[in-house]
Design a protein around this ligand. Structure first.
Ligand SMILES: [Mn+2]
Length: 350
C-alpha cells in the first residue's frame, strides 16, 4: 500500500530521471521510497494511523483493548453511544479523515444518513472504513462494502469483540498474548447473554469488573494482561459488588409500574445501575409482562424480555434505538427529559 505522498515522489523522480536531472535524496527517504513491496507493506502497517469508534459497554470497550494491543499508540479510540456516534463520524469525514489510514466502527452502527455520507466519499476514503457490528438492526449495512454485520457465525452468536478479534487475527495484527482468546470468549458470552444458559459466572463477573474498575482502568488492566483470571484483589471487589447488586435489585423490584405500551404489557422501572442484571431479574419475576423497560433518565431506555415471542429489538427500533431480540435500547431525547422535568415540578405534593 503506497501513500499518496510516496506516489507523487516516485512520479516526480521518474520525471526528473527522464529529463536527466539528478536528484539527491536523503538516504532514509531513498530507502523508504525504494523498498521492496513486502517490506513497504510492513513499514506501513507499523505506522498505520488508526481511529476506532466503539461502544461504551464491556463488549465495545473490549474492542478498544484489542485495538490497543494491535496498534499500540497509533490508535485513537472514541467511545460512543447511539446518541453521538453519527455526529462523531460526521465530524471525522468532514474534517479530519485524512489524518487516519484506517477507521474502525465496532459494536455499534451509523445511521442511514451517515452511511450514505461515507458511501459518497471517494473510493480511497471509503476503503479506510471497516464497520463490524453484530446487532440485527444493523444488518442493512451489509449492502455497503465497508460494513460487515454478523449476528452469528457458524451457529455461534457473535459480539463486537469476537468480530474485531477475528478481523485482527486474520490481518495478523495480534500476537498470541496469553489468555486473549479466553478473554474474548467471556466478553462474547456476556454480551450475547449466552453465559446465562451456560451458567458461566466468570463471564458475568468480567462484566462486573468492567463497571467496578471503570473504562480507563479496565483497558489498562487488560492491555497489561489479557488473561481473564481474576487476581485476589479483583475477586474481593467482585464479592463486595455482588452484595450491592443484590440489594439494588431487591429495592428496584418494589418500584415496577405495569403499563400498556402499544399492544404490549410492560413493566417499567426507573434505574441507573446494573441494568442488564436488573432487567433480567425483573423479566424473570414479572411473568405477566411482555417485557421490562428500564428508564434511566440521565441516559437511555433499556428493554429486556425472557419471552420467545417478543422481540424487544423491534420495540426499541420503534422508539429510535435498536438491539437484539431479548435485549435492546433506545435513547431519551433532550426534549423528553425537559418535559419530564416540567411534569415533576408541575404538581405540588402536599
Ligand atoms: Mn455488543
Amino acid at each position: 500500500m503506497k501513500t499518496d505522498y510516496d506516489q507523487q515522489m516516485q512520479d516526480f523522480l521518474a520525471k526528473a530521471k527522464n529529463l536527466g536531472i539528478k536528484v539527491t535524496l536523503h538516504s532514509q527517504e531513498a530507502s523508504r521510497l525504494f523498498e521492496k513491496p513486502d517490506r513497504e507493506s510492513q513499514r506501513v502497517s507499523q505506522e498505520l494511523k488508526v481511529k476506532l469508534f466503539t461502544h461504551t459497554d464491556t463488549d465495545g470497550v473490549s474492542c478498544g483493548v484489542l485495538g490497543k494491543l494491535a496498534f499500540k499508540d497509533n490508535i485513537d479510540i472514541d467511545y460512543c453511544s447511539y446518541e453521538d456516534i453519527n455526529e462523531k463520524v460526521g465530524k471525522l469525514i468532514d474534517g479530519y479523515v485524512e489524518k487516519y489510514d484506517k477507521i474502525f466502527i465496532t459494536d455499534l452502527s451509523v445511521n442511514e444518513e451517515m452511511a450514505s455520507a461515507i458511501e459518497k466519499k471517494p473510493q480511497y476514503i471509503k476503503d479506510k472504513f471497516t464497520l463490524l457490528d453484530h446487532h440485527i438492526t444493523a444488518e442493512w449495512l451489509n449492502d455497503y462494502e465497508w460494513a460487515d454485520v454478523k449476528v452469528s457465525e457458524n451457529g455461534v452468536a457473535a459480539s463486537g469483540t469476537s468480530l474485531f478479534y477475528e478481523f485482527l487475527q486474520k490481518e495478523g495484527r495480534l500476537g498470541n498474548q496469553t489468555g486473549i482468546a479466553d478473554y474474548v470468549e467471556l466478553v462474547r458470552q456476556y454480551d450475547t447473554w449466552e453465559w446465562k444458559e451456560k451458567e458461566n459466572y466468570h463471564a458475568k463477573q468480567l462484566n462486573d469488573l468492567f463497571y467496578i474498575l471503570g473504562r480507563e482502568r479496565f483497558v489498562a488492566r487488560f492491555i497489561a494482561d489479557c488473561s481473564p483470571n481474576f487476581t485476589e484483589a479483583e475477586q474481593l471487589l467482585l464479592d463486595i459488588e455482588q452484595e450491592k447488586i443484590d440489594r439494588y435489585i431487591k429495592a428496584r423490584s418494589k418500584d415496577v409500574m405495569v403499563r400498556p405500551i402499544n399492544e404490549y404489557t410492560v413493566g417499567i422501572v426507573y434505574a441507573e445501575q446494573y441494568i442488564s442484571e436488573l432487567g433480567n431479574a425483573l423479566a424473570e419475576s414479572y411473568r405477566q409482562v411482555d417485557f421490562i423497560a428500564i428508564v434511566n433518565m440521565s441516559r437511555s431506555i433499556s428493554y429486556r424480555t425472557v419471552k420467545d415471542n417478543i422481540n424487544v429489538g423491534e420495540i426499541a427500533a420503534f422508539f429510535g434505538g435498536g438491539g437484539h431480540q431479548k435485549a435492546a435500547g433506545s435513547p431519551i431525547l433532550r426534549e423528553i427529559k425537559e418535559r419530564v422535568a416540567e411534569m415533576v415540578f408541575s404538581v405540588p405534593v402536599a
